[in-house]
Design a protein around this ligand. Structure first.
Ligand code: HEC
Ligand code: HEC
Length: 351
């Protein structure tokens, strides 16, 4: 009887382990595997346009991070108009705040503050994320309340703590300016209006894709990152960071709780409305403290970190991720090397 029990429990154990293995390999295939042939079809390759060689394809198919290249399918005139509007303070109530005030393209697409400052010096409620690579994300905002970039634009424009205005107020200003009217007319064949203005801003945002040294490594250039950065990347994968931060944006394609392995809101810190995350959108208990996993591209430029700006340095952010998301106390050397790897994700033309 004892034997039978052992046998039974062993076979249960084997069944459980193999079920686990099947599940994790399924997750691996869904999230991590890229079909090299798909890459070949897309013509993803080196700067000279050559299709990547087989070693580079093998690397891409094995890695959880997908390389990005600059988009080539954008309308340059729309991008230019969008760039102008993005920097145009007429899009705010008092004429002092533009999108770029909080998303400074010279500073990694952020303002470097814990909380952004909008019209009349009003402080916002959450740390501003970067606009770089936002086009790669499956939803917009920390809580994912906007489905896409087009839906996102009116958020800051109407937010009383940000630009505090409306298109009814903005359009007369744009229509009174000959140069702006001409630019809209050239592209859209009509005078400035909400739909076209948003279209141009979004086209501009789509241009903000930032290939990095690490993308070159993924595409087969072994010299693109150094030994420590490579070690950092290996640790990033081995410790399980890539379970959440993966894909093209190295984030931006999942919602996850802040505090998976260890409770982040354990009573030691005050919980503000913004800390409830996706719960504010769905009202579902299981969405409390759930956020869009942020992109790690250009993360070295966007301190302070987390939606509540509670980590001042990249080192601190990595260390906390280990503790709260993975339940590991990362050795200092690992934390340092992972932070070095993250620095290799800065867009090459932003440095
Ligand atoms: C006063 C500061 C401020 C201004 C002005 C501002 N933003 Fe933002 N932006 C933020 C903050 C803060 C968030 C995060 C809000 C949230 O998630 O709830 C954000 C989020 C975003 C996001 C989502 C990124 C992501 O990862 O989810 C995009 C895209 C964006 N802003 C673009 C714009 C555009 C375009 C404009 C101008 C029309 C603009 N912002 C104006 C502060 C600002
Ligand atoms: C279970 C999913 C998950 C895992 C695993 C995970 N992260 Fe995160 N990461 C998140 C979420 C969610 C946030 C946003 C938290 C917040 O601000 O509320 C985040 C935020 C970050 C940030 C701050 C980004 C910013 O712009 O503020 C960094 C850096 C980061 N993670 C790195 C890592 C590293 C390094 C690891 C591995 C040691 C890791 N993460 C593991 C989900 C995860």
């Amino acid at each position: 009887m004892k034997r039978g029990f052992i046998k039974r429990s062993t076979s249960w154990l084997i069944a459980a382990i193999s079920a686990g293995a099947i599940m994790s390999s399924a997750i691996y295939v869904v999230y991590f595997k890229q079909d090299p042939k798909e890459y070949a079809k897309l013509g993803v390759g080196r700067k000279d346009g050559a299709i990547a060689d087989s070693a580079s394809l093998a690397r891409q198919s094995a890695e959880p991070i997908i390389p990005v290249t600059k988009p080539t399918n954008l309308d340059p005139k729309k991008v230019e108009l969008g760039r102008t509007l993005f920097h145009d303070p007429r899009l705010s109530k008092d004429g002092n705040v533009s999108c770029a005030s909080c998303h400074d393209l010279e500073r990694g697409g952020v303002d470097g503050l814990s909380r952004s400052v909008g019209v009349g010096g009003k402080e916002g409620e959450i740390n501003a994320p970067s606009v770089y690579n936002s086009a790669l994300m499956f939803r917009q905002f920390w809580d994912g309340r906007a489905k896409n970039l087009t839906e996102q634009v009116n958020g800051p424009i109407t937010n009383p703590l940000e630009m505090a205005t409306s298109w009814e107020e903005i359009l007369p200003k744009l229509n009174a300016d000959r140069e702006t009217v001409k630019a809209f007319n050239d592209i859209y064949g009509r005078r400035p209006n909400e739909k076209d203005a948003i279209d141009a801003i979004v086209e501009f945002e789509r241009s903000l894709i930032t290939p990095s040294r690490f993308d070159r490594w993924l595409l087969g250039d072994n010299a693109a990152i150094d030994e420590k950065e490579l070690r950092g990347y290996e640790l990033f994968v081995r410790h399980g960071c890539a379970a959440c931060h993966q894909g093209e944006a190295i984030g931006g394609n999942l919602f996850q709780r802040f505090g998976v392995a260890k409770e982040y809101y354990d009573g030691s810190r005050k919980v503000e409305q913004a800390d409830l995350g996706r719960y504010n959108v769905t009202g579902r208990e299981e969405d409390r403290y759930v956020f869009k996993v942020p992109t790690l591209r250009n993360v070295a430029l966007s301190a302070p970190y987390f939606h509540d700006a509670s980590a001042e340095t990249l080192y601190e952010a990595v260390d906390k991720m280990g503790a709260y998301q993975l339940g590991v106390a990362l050795p200092a050397e690992d934390t340092q090397d992972i932070a070095l790897f993250l620095r290799a994700l800065t867009g090459e033309d932003l440095q």
